[in-house]
Design a protein around this ligand. Structure first.
Ligand SMILES: Cc1cc2nc3c(=O)[nH]c(=O)nc-3n(C[C@H](O)[C@H](O)[C@H](O)COP(=O)(O)OP(=O)(O)OC[C@H]3O[C@@H](n4cnc5c(N)ncnc54)[C@H](O)[C@@H]3O)c2cc1C
Length: 372
């Protein structure tokens, strides 16, 4: 075998896996089609370290988010990756939303998030004087992270562990052979290469369903639907009026958790993301200018100082959803596929939020699935 372990996709999850497995194995390869890491979903998100409040009890999303949050804070401290444990408010702006806060708190406690604090109007005014809410939940363990620096650190540690990262090479074929897989690559000069690997880890984000199909696993329930999330920016100087993350109570089915307000490490403030399933799986990162009105209206409920002109288009990201519109929330799919005739082939599909928060716990989980 040319490689012991091959990871496909250098997003935040593939990079974390590469760092982890290169601690224990030689001949680890991370293959990425773009010329650098994090060119897709991993650089188009809210950069929030989620507390693990909303996810269904017992799900991987819940378990890996909680574990991942702790690991990530420790990792950022150890390797000096910029982060801020700024906390988050979930706000009720009308009396009918107040019981929903109780439900959220109970779900969170069931998930092991036991640090939430209920705030009344006065406490909210002390913490965030510019925010309007009748009642709120404060989550002290929610934070933000500089995702580029995090990925850079995963990359550096992988290389220091003698892992090899191959940029500008797209996986175009995977063939099962007697004791592993033969992988075909297409490089940026349009040359094809083949190599063999005992273990293959599919961490290809938006096209992870196609990678799985290349290996002979086709499964309708793992088809990815591109689900776009757009953001608007809160222009200076009003960005200075907010110092924590502020979320409304979540919408039905957790397709998204409502247009919220996030801050970043540079002091910028973003509104979003919304949730739009794209009709076809194309990389449409445009921001729809006509949405400014609906963003403005939904956020103005809890940011009463907001004027329409305070917003400008920011960016968009795409969620790799396996949950179809209107369906109940789906969990991360992370599995070694021996029972489908593909031993040593590990699929990660539907790694949407909280994938960034969970990157280190996902890496630990995947490490345990490797049996060589
Ligand atoms: C709008 C939005 C907001 C979000 N906010 C948060 C948040 O605040 N907190 C949080 O925890 N999570 C958040 N997430 C989720 C988080 O961004 C993702 O879970 C995470 O980035 C997924 O990382 P990944 O490595 O799995 O995928 P990706 O970043 O998509 O990486 C996959 C990589 O695989 C490569 N690839 C694909 N096919 C091939 C091939 N054939 N050959 C070689 N390379 C290939 C791609 O080029 C890509 O670089 C958000 C997501 C979105 C869309």
């Amino acid at each position: 075998m040319d490689a012991r372990i091959t990871i496909i996709g250098a997003g935040v999850v593939g990079l974390a896996i590469a760092e982890k497995v290169s601690e224990d194995f030689r001949d680890v390869f991370l293959i990425e089609k773009h010329p650098a890491f994090g060119q897709e979903t991993s650089s188009r998100n809210s950069e929030v370290i989620h507390a693990g409040i909303y996810y269904p009890k017992g799900s991987l999303k819940s378990k890996l988010c909680l574990e991942g949050k702790k690991l990530l804070y420790d990792y950022c401290n150890k390797f000096e990756v910029p982060f801020k444990r700024c906390g988050k408010l979930i706000v009720a702006t009308s009396p009918d939303e107040i019981p929903i806060l109780d439900n959220i708190r109970n779900t969170a406690i069931g998930n092991g998030v036991d640090d939430l604090i209920m705030l009344d109007k006065n406490l909210i005014a002390e913490m965030e004087p510019s925010v309007y809410a009748l009642q709120a939940i404060f989550s002290p363990s929610t934070g933000i992270v500089d995702s580029h620096s995090l990925m850079k650190r995963y990359e550096t540690n992988t290389i220091n562990n003698t892992g090899q990262i191959v940029y500008g090479s797209e996986v175009t074929g995977i063939r099962k052979i007697s004791d592993g897989y033969e992988i075909t690559l297409l490089d940026s000069d349009k040359n094809n290469y083949k190599f063999t690997s005992s273990v293959v880890i599919n961490s290809a984000g938006l096209t992870s369903d196609l990678i799985s199909e290349m290996a002979g696993i086709s499964d309708e329930s793992l088809k990815i639907l591109f689900c776009k999330g757009e953001y608007f920016r809160l222009n200076p100087p009003k960005n200075r009026l907010i110092s924590r993350l502020v979320y409304p109570v979540p919408v039905h089915n957790l397709e998204g958790i409502g247009i919220h307000v996030t801050i970043d490490m540079g002091g910028g403030v973003k509104l979003g993301p919304d949730v739009t399933y794209l009709e076809s799986n194309n990389y449409d990162y445009t921001v729809t200018l006509s949405k400014q009105e609906s963003f403005f209206k939904s956020v103005r409920k809890f940011l009463p100082f907001l004027e329409y002109e305070d917003l400008s288009p920011e960016m968009a990201g795409i969620r790799p959803k396996i949950q179809k519109p209107g369906e109940p929330v789906r969990d991360f799919y992370i599995k070694e596929e021996a029972d489908r005739g593909n031993p040593g082939f590990i699929n990660l599909i539907g790694i949407e939020s909280p994938g960034l928060t969970s990157s280190l716990s996902i890496a630990n989980y995947v490490r345990k699935l490797i049996r060589i």
